[in-house]
Design a protein around this ligand. Structure first.
Ligand SMILES: NC(=O)c1ccc[n+]([C@@H]2O[C@H](COP(=O)([O-])OP(=O)(O)OC[C@H]3O[C@@H](n4cnc5c(N)ncnc54)[C@H](OP(=O)(O)O)[C@@H]3O)[C@@H](O)[C@H]2O)c1
Length: 309
């Protein structure tokens, strides 16, 4: 990864130019950097989410003023300025800093899409969150708790499990040394989970599927640990649904998740009922260190890069 000057040129009429206050690190880009993520041409400007202030508004864009504090998904946010599609921007609640705002877009929108749009989460559901310390996992834990669900978080390190428990996770399991499905069976009287958020792949998929109860919905949104899994078709006896998703390609993301998130999640952030989970804040220049932290899997929540004021 290298820093170099880039001329953005004239702002497109349908875009909004944003001065970047902060931007989050994403697992996908660590894989793009490593060269094992398909579909990304090189070179590209990194940074998939932004919080900052509007610097210029394209002449066809309505609803934005210079100086507005905003946040959202974009490509190229590890920079001083970035041009954004306004459809992906949201007003940043007054009580949130740019650092906190940059911790929301990818992780929380993915968790919202997985739990509500795809997984049809309802109060009282039992929700299993794999990689509960991940940026998506930590957001999913908060959303499931806020919705009145019973949650079980799994992670590979006990310090992450302690953080999850402190945030209200009802049960925690270190999947490297304990069977998740056996814990689920004993904690639920054999009834199993209603929703299972699958993100690791090979190493944990069997345990997750074995943890599901009647009509359980498995929602696969990531494959951090490998893409090929096998499962036994006896899952049909329990009517288990295997669901998969990508917020980048799902038509329901723009028509369902985005408006739902604006209507329901933004007020919860504004009132303090939901709080972005920030692990570490680094200057923008420390991009390499930030990627190393995500590679090492020790973070809980989000690693954020900030520009000087
Ligand atoms: N479908 C979508 O639309 C969508 C959107 C955003 C993200 N994603 C995907 O969701 C996944 C999680 O994203 P995230 O931002 O939450 O990532 P993250 O913050 O980096 O968390 C990933 C966690 O996965 C766990 N993990 C288990 N096996 C791993 C392995 N072999 N390599 C790396 N990590 C491993 C680690 O936690 P433990 O060690 O504690 O298990 C790690 O900290 C990624 O695959 C990402 O590409 C998908």
């Amino acid at each position: 990864m290298i820093w170099e000057p880039l001329n953005l040129g004239e702002l497109a009429p349908d875009a909004v130019r944003v001065r970047v206050g902060a931007s989050g690190i994403n697992f996908a880009e660590t894989r793009m950097r490593a060269g094992d993520y398909s579909g990304q041409e090189l070179p590209f400007v990194m940074g998939m989410e932004v919080a900052g202030s509007v610097e210029q508004v394209g002449r066809e864009v309505a609803g934005f003023e210079v100086g507005d504090r905003i946040f959202g998904r974009v490509r190229g946010a590890h920079a001083e300025v970035v041009d954004c599609d306004p459809a992906h921007l949201m007003p940043l609640p007054e009580n949130l800093s740019f650092t906190q705002g940059a911790a929301i877009p990818v992780g929380w929108l993915t968790a919202w899409h997985a739990l509500y749009t795809v997984g049809r989460m309802a109060p009282g559901d039992r929700v299993l969150v794999e990689a509960v310390g991940g940026s998506v996992g930590s957001a999913a834990l908060a959303l499931a708790k806020q919705a009145g669900c019973w949650t079980l978080g799994a992670a590979s390190r006990n310090d992450k499990l302690a953080r999850a428990a402190a945030l209200g996770c009802d049960a925690v399991v270190n999947y490297t040394c304990e069977s998740v499905s056996e814990r689920v069976a004993s904690l639920t009287n054999g009834e199993g989970m209603d929703i299972g958020l699958m993100t690791i792949g090979d190493a944990t998929a069997h345990e997750l599927i074995d943890s599901m109860g009647m009509d359980g919905r498995v929602v696969m949104f990531g494959s951090t640990g490998g893409r090929d899994i096998t499962f036994n078709l006896r899952i049909g006896i329990l009517n288990i649904q295997l669901l998969s998703m990508s917020i980048s390609t799902s038509p329901a993301f723009m028509t369902g998740t985005m408006p739902d998130f604006r209507d329901r999640a933004l007020p919860l952030f504004a009132s303090g009922e939901l709080t972005p989970v920030v692990d570490t804040v680094l200057p923008m220049s420390e991009l390499v260190r930030a990627h190393t932290m995500v590679d090492e899997r020790t973070h809980f929540g989000k690693v954020i890069l900030v520009n000087d004021e």
